[in-house]
Design a protein around this ligand. Structure first.
Ligand code: ZN
Length: 414
């Protein structure tokens, strides 16, 4: 199955016409969008320019382009992103809004390598917006709890997960829900690094660390802007954590993300940033852990037998109700690979989550600096449906493989 870029290059090779690089770049963008890519990697190698695209979190091959076009391709992206065309050998970053792609934006990053400039474009496709709270993989009960928590006028709601786990999508969906609920009667402001998608009715601000406009500076200024709901892109240092907590204690609902491998480990992570446990206990209203699992391609999914290691790991969770359902059903499904999924067996990703609600018992445990696994156990006791439960539910529903679930979810359980 050849794509538009390949077809164009073949047609040019067969004719006497020269390759029109801007046109070829348009084909590259078109092919990347057709695959639902989040990033395009255009890499100069010794013998060609290799183009790969990230689809559902995994890089896949798109096309190889003769090396002779490498300089012109880089030049084309520099023009599109208003970068210095004559500069080579230094990194450059910019934004481009190519014509003819319905509002698609590219964040262009140029990086000098020994074979020439490598170009990576992050794609922001407004037409593929999926900031819908109902698509975050909540079960009904957890969704109600999440809505209840985010309806509080004050406090700090945190979203956690490793890089690429869907935190940004989840936080945008949460803000989208709040706007839907309150309409334009609330003042919502965000500080992000950088703003990834423009949201209606949200005053979004992109950081500029080179000029000292970092999270603490932005938040201090924002506090004088009379916001009710504040979204902080990420809490990654003590100062940002302090200001976010202070805002959450003084009549604002603050929603932010934190890089943490486990949901219950969020408290320890913040205590390590020297935040007093009593401040955490009195401000944090809940922590939502999110992960993205690749979903089986519906065109080629068939029953299969999981790898022995996966079945062995599964047995460690004996007694789990979702595991029981899976065993009773006796069926695991996996995509075999077909043209619809570019032979990956997967098509799209689905979010799974766990919502830790800070009740009295959890607050007490945080104050006592109890271990993360104790906090996890208390949440489960209080009825939390874990990431592992949500992941297994997807396996039961034949939506993903056991291996994918173990890799993305089980290892993170305390
Ligand atoms: Zn398929």
């Amino acid at each position: 199955m050849s794509n538009a870029t390949e077809q164009y290059l073949e047609a040019m090779a067969a004719s006497s016409e020269a390759v029109d690089v801007p046109m070829m770049v348009d084909y590259l963008i078109q092919d990347s969008l057709a695959r639902g890519a989040s990033d395009i990697h255009i890499e100069p190698w010794e013998d060609m320019v290799g183009v790969r695209v990230r689809v559902n979190g995994v890089l896949q091959w798109l096309v190889g382009i003769p090396s002779e076009h490498q300089t012109n391709i880089a030049g084309r992206f520099k023009v599109m992103a208003n970068l210095e065309s004559h500069t080579t050998g230094l990194p450059q970053d910019g934004k481009a809004a190519p014509d003819n792609f319905g509002g698609v934006q590219l964040r262009v990053s140029i990086f000098p390598t020994v074979y020439g400039e490598k170009i990576v474009c992050r794609i922001f496709n407004p037409n593929a917006k999926t900031f819908d709270i109902s698509r975050l993989g909540f079960d009904d009960e957890t969704l109600e709890k999440f809505k209840e928590l985010t309806s509080k006028p004050t406090g700090l709601m945190l979203l956690t997960g490793p890089t690429g786990s869907g935190k940004t999508t989840a936080i945008y969906a949460a803000i989208g829900y709040l706007l839907e609920k309150h309409g334009n009667a609330v003042a919502v402001s965000s500080v992000e690094d950088p703003v990834e998608q423009n949201l209606d009715w949200v005053n979004q601000s992109s950081l500029n660390p080179a000029r000292g406009y970092n999270y603490p500076a932005a938040l201090r200024s924002l506090m004088r802007q009379d916001p009710e709901i504040i979204m902080v892109g990420e809490i990654r240092d003590e100062e940002t954590a302090e200001i976010a907590i202070n805002a959450g204690m003084t009549g604002h609902l603050v929603i932010s993300t934190l890089h943490s491998n486990t949901t219950s480990g969020t408290f320890a992570r913040l205590i390590n940033m020297d935040i007093e446990p009593f401040l955490l206990a009195s401000t944090i209203i809940g922590v939502l852990g999110v992960r993205l699992l690749r979903t089986n391609c519906m065109h080629c999914a068939v029953p299969y037998t999981p790898e022995p290691y996966a079945l062995e790991q599964l047995l460690q969770f004996e007694g789990n109700e979702y595991l029981q359902a899976l065993m009773d059903q006796q069926g695991f499904y996996k995509g075999n690979g077909c043209s619809a999924c570019s032979n990956t067996g997967f098509s799209g990703r689905s979010s799974v989550n766990e919502l830790l609600v800070c009740d009295e018992a959890i607050r007490e445990a945080v104050m006592q600096k109890r271990a993360s696994r104790d906090i996890q156990a208390l949440s489960v006791e209080a009825g939390m449906r874990t990431l592992w439960d949500s992941g297994l539910q997807m396996v039961v529903d034949r939506k993903t493989t056991l291996e994918e679930t173990l890799q993305k979810v089980a290892a993170d359980q305390v």
